[in-house]
Design a protein around this ligand. Structure first.
Ligand SMILES: [Fe+2]
Length: 335
């Protein structure tokens, strides 16, 4: 069945936190900049073109929504006319634009936006000379010692769903998502094998899309059946920004009560270099870069995550290098 529309990107996430000052400080250490702050709401940006990448509302710890980008105003109108979404409203946040709002099967908010004006002034990706590929000649790679990591964009979100397959189908039907990797707790060929999660990507035709934009994980396996955020993820300008971000958060963790969840390592599914940190409320934020990209012809893979993909270990979602997955990853503490 053809999806109603095909989303072409994600724009920002919205979280709820009990204390906006604490979250603002965490996000500054994480690499963001304050755009707007009131008693009720905080908007934070990175160094890329998105005018804000995380919106924080004051209240009980909770994940509120992801905002997806529609390809056109016509698409926004089309999806706003379905039962799942509201009438179009004008956004009053920086960059302007328009939004229609809905909820997925677990009650997580889904915003579809169009017409948000991008920022012109952004930081630059410093070219990499890796292997035999020479991209940087007569230019030095320099990062100021102790500087904050630079975030390119809000990139993806992990959600613990009550039923990952049904949730994925909802997003497939509404926003055109494709399944990149289905993760099974055992042999995928056995019909009884439980599904652990689905990495899903945007369908941008022959244009490359991130390996995953939404990652559905099993709430029954991870968060006592409660649908919660698993993590929100931000793409960095360079690999160095993952490491400078790590240094920054590591140097502040005792004073500010941050907790490193998992990293630094290189994932299997998606291949990103990753580093996960929890804010003082327990909400996991990821720094990542250098992930795989696929066009819409790449077939869905079905994987046994109880086995290392190349048969060297047996920890689910073990990284290619770096520490093993923490036993608290994606638990109900994320809210
Ligand atoms: Fe992630």
């Amino acid at each position: 069945m053809e999806p109603i529309i095909k989303a072409i990107d994600v724009q920002y996430c919205t979280l709820q936190c009990p204390d906006l000052d604490i979250q603002e400080q965490f996000l500054i250490h994480f690499g963001m900049h304050t755009v707007e702050k009131t008693n009720e709401m905080l908007l934070m940006k990175g160094d890329g073109p998105q005018p804000f990448i995380e919106k924080v509302l004051k209240g009980e710890k909770k994940f509120i929504s992801n905002a997806f980008l529609a390809a056109s105003m016509q698409d926004l109108e089309k999806i706003s006319k379905t039962d799942s979404f509201s009438d179009i409203e004008e956004l009053s946040t920086p960059g302007g634009g328009f939004v229609t709002k809905g909820k997925d099967l677990d009650g997580f908010g889904v915003e579809i936006v169009f017409g948000i004006k991008e920022l012109e002034k952004t930081a630059e990706t410093i070219p990499t000379n890796e292997g035999r590929t020479v991209n940087r000649v007569n230019q030095m790679k320099r990062f100021v010692k102790g500087s904050y990591p630079r975030i390119l964009r809000f990139a993806h979100c992990g959600l613990n769903a009550i039923n990952p397959l049904e949730s994925f189908k909802w997003y497939q039907q509404h926003l055109g998502l494709l399944a990149t990797d289905k993760l099974f707790m055992g042999d995928p060929k056995e019909p009884q094998t439980p599904l652990f999660g689905i990495f899903s990507r945007l369908d941008k035709g022959m244009d490359p899309a991130d390996h995953h934009t939404l990652f559905f994980l099993s709430a029954p396996f991870l968060s006592e059946g409660k649908p919660v955020m698993n993590h929100v993820s931000f793409e960095m300008f360079n690999i160095d920004d993952v490491f400078t971000g790590h240094e920054m958060l590591d140097s502040k963790k005792e004073e500010f009560n941050y907790f490193q969840e998992w990293g630094i390592g290189r994932h299997y599914q998606g291949s990103q270099l990753f580093d996960y940190w929890r804010n003082p409320f327990g909400q996991t934020h990821e720094h990542q870069t250098d992930g795989d990209m696929f066009d819409n012809t790449f077939p869905t893979r079905e994987l046994n995550v109880q086995k290392d993909e190349i048969g060297l270990g047996n920890e689910p979602n073990e990284s290619q290098w770096g520490p093993a997955i923490s036993n608290t990853f994606g638990n109900a503490e994320n809210g």
